[in-house]
Design a protein around this ligand. Structure first.
Ligand code: MN
Length: 207
C-alpha cells in the first residue's frame, strides 16, 4: 500500500508570525508531498517491500535493494522528518513540564543549556539538514544534527541512534521567504512554536 501525505495538523497561517502561511503551504503541500510521492515511486520497483513501514525501511537501509536505497534514504527520511516537524509545532508555545522537564535538566544541566545546544546544532549544520532531540533506550536525551534527510532512526548511517521526539528543519525552504539567509533568526522564532505537550507524549511512548 502506498504511503500518504499526513495532513497538516493546523491551518497554513497557524504558525504566524514566526513562520508565514505561504512558507508553510509550499513546505507541506509541495516539498513534503514530493518526498512521499518519490518514496512511493521508488518502492513501486520492489513490490516485495510493500508491507514494510518507513521506520523499518530506513532503520535497515542495508536490506533495501541498492537501486532504490538512496531514494528510500532521502524520501523516507524526508517523509518521517517532516511528519515530526509539523506534529511538534503549535501556536501555543510554552516550556517543557513534568518528566520531560526533569530529563532535560538531567541530560543537559538546564532548559537554557538544552536550548542553547539544540540551537547551535541547528544553526551550525552545514547546508541542508535537521537538528533533533532524541531519546535512547534508557531515557537519556541527546542532540544530533544531520545532513540531507538523515535521521537517528537510520542505524549505521546517522552518527547517533535513538528515537527523535523533536526536530527543526533547517533546509532553506523552511525559512527563506521570511528570513532569507538568517537561519539563526528562524531557529530563535521556532522555539516559540514547540508543542511541548506532543514532545512529552512522544517521550513517554519511548520509555
Ligand atoms: Mn523541509
Amino acid at each position: 500500500m502506498a504511503f500518504t501525505l499526513a495532513p497538516l495538523p493546523y491551518a497554513f497561517n497557524a504558525l504566524e508570525p514566526h513562520i508565514d502561511a505561504r512558507t508553510v503551504e509550499i513546505h507541506h503541500d509541495k516539498h513534503h508531498a514530493a518526498y512521499v510521492t518519490n518514496l512511493n515511486k521508488a518502492l513501486e520497483k520492489h513490490p516485495e517491500l510493500s508491507s514494510k513501514t518507513i521506520v523499518e525501511l530506513i532503520g535497515n537501509l542495508a536490506a533495501v535493494p541498492e537501486d532504490i536505497r538512496t531514494a528510500v534514504r532521502n524520501n523516507g527520511g524526508g517523509t518521517l522528518n517532516h511528519d515530526l516537524f509539523w506534529q511538534t509545532m503549535s501556536a501555543k508555545g510554552g516550556k517543557p513540564a513534568g518528566a520531560l522537564a526533569g530529563a532535560i535538566d538531567k541530560s543537559f544541566g538546564s532548559y537554557d543549556a538544552f536550548r542553547e545546544k539544540l540551537s547551535a546544532a541547528a544553526v551550525g549544520q552545514f547546508g541542508s539538514g535537521w537538528a533533533f532531540l532524541l531519546v535512547d533506550g534508557a531515557g537519556k536525551l541527546d542532540i544530533l544534527s544531520t545532513p540531507g534527510h538523515d535521521t537517528p532512526l537510520m542505524k549505521g548511517v546517522a552518527a547517533k541512534t535513538g528515537t527523535p521526539i523533536l526536530v527543526v528543519d533547517v533546509w532553506e525552504h523552511a525559512y527563506y521567504l521570511k528570513y532569507q539567509n538568517r537561519r539563526a533568526d528562524f531557529v530563535a522564532a521556532w522555539w516559540n512554536l514547540v508543542n511541548w505537550g506532543k514532545v512529552a507524549e512522544l517521550y513517554g511512548k519511548v520509555l
